[in-house]
Design a protein around this ligand. Structure first.
Ligand SMILES: [Cu+2]
Length: 130
């Protein structure tokens, strides 16, 4: 019998590493899970991290992410590129991203610093089943 090694995509490893460091308590279902549209606010700090680190919504909701920006680069939401494109961000200029939470699961919010090819995990977007 031939055994085949399963390859784990690098993206998955990044997500797992980030989650392992960020999550010590189970993620709770948001109280506004029944709302059609929700708004979440966060700050992208100068260290390239979101505060809060985890943004939680429910599948089927229209989500507006309002982000105060204290870092430069390109911000994007892995796994949601079909719903919301990567956005250039600049210190001092807040952005809003509005899109439908069509995929459930956990998705890395990544910042690509100017001139850097690889991104770093800024936070985690979590979409619960309603
Ligand atoms: Cu990226």
């Amino acid at each position: 019998m031939i055994s085949r090694r399963r390859r784990i995509p690098a993206r998955t490893l990044v997500a797992v590493a980030l989650l392992a460091s960020a999550c010590v308590t189970p993620i709770e279902r948001p109280a506004d899970c029944d709302a059609d549209a929700v708004r979440r606010s966060a700050t992208l700090t100068s260290a390239g991290r979101l505060a809060p680190q985890t943004i939680v919504v429910c599948r089927g909701q229209e989500v507006t992410l309002a982000i105060e920006v204290e870092a430069d680069g390109v911000l994007h939401l892995h796994g949601y590129d079909d719903q919301t494109p990567a956005r250039s961000v600049e210190t001092g200029t807040p952005i809003e991203m509005t899109f439908d939470a069509v995929h459930s699961g956990q998705f890395v919010i990544e910042l690509h610093a100017p001139g850097a090819t690889a991104g770093t995990g800024a936070g985690v977007f979590t979409v619960n089943e309603p």
